[in-house]
Design a protein around this ligand. Sequence first.
Ligand code: G1P
Length: 271
Amino acid sequence: MIKQAIIPLAGLGTRLLPLTSVFPKELLPINGKPGIEYILDECIEADVKEIIFIISKKKELIKKYFYNDNFYLKIIKQKKDKRIINEYKKILKYRKKIKFIYQNIPLGTGDAVLKTSRLIKDKHFLLILPDDLIIKKNCSKEMIKIHSKFNSSVMASMNVKKKDVTRWGIFSLSKKINTSTHYINNVIEKPSIKEAPSNKAVIGRYILPKKIFSILRNQKAGRGGEIHITDAIQKLIENKEKFIAYSFTGKYLDCGTMNGYINSSKEISKL
Ligand code: G1P
């Protein structure tokens, strides 16, 4: 069982400018609901008990969103509107599960994950990148099942076009377990088309071992001067940690780019 999830939220959201110049991208509405709530619902449905948000001073609006009690209470007192009461209750339900931690300098996903090291209790935890929505099937829940069955770390995987491999972490696979799961040989962050070992991309869902913290502590910056989680995972694989790539069956929505963000509302409205 996986009880804790980490969500890095300190990114600047430059791919969504101007929408993100004053507003955190994770609070932008997707079909009438802030993007982050889809991620929270996925975690809660997967029976995750604690969700650690890594924010920054520039993104304190995210915290405010979950701690705006005076505003809600005043309105509820005046209007007694059922919808607003339910929305407030939902926020309180989320809040019980969320812890906040800060990454004020954006040094990469690996660095964000490292900031949570003293909060992680069990041997494994879930990492979700909030730009990546997966609808129609709870990907985290499926990954937790795979983790329990094979006692292995797990990453979500999707086939991408060969020309797009430079945008993703890319796997090379080893032994096939079944149609949707393979063991992983290697993973490389944003390779050139020539370097790419396959067209299987890492999508933002990971079940990682606590051991990764000791690797991250000593890791030097990689591509683009950032500390990448992918590089730490590659090191773990070299140290004989078992990793499974899971080809998820849900539909992937890339909310981190403008086109993807616009499209995600359309897709969700069809559900
Ligand atoms: C990150 C990871 C990359 C992964 C991608 C999935 O990249 O570094 O390995 O494939 O998320 O969305 P980013 O989107 O932060 O550039």
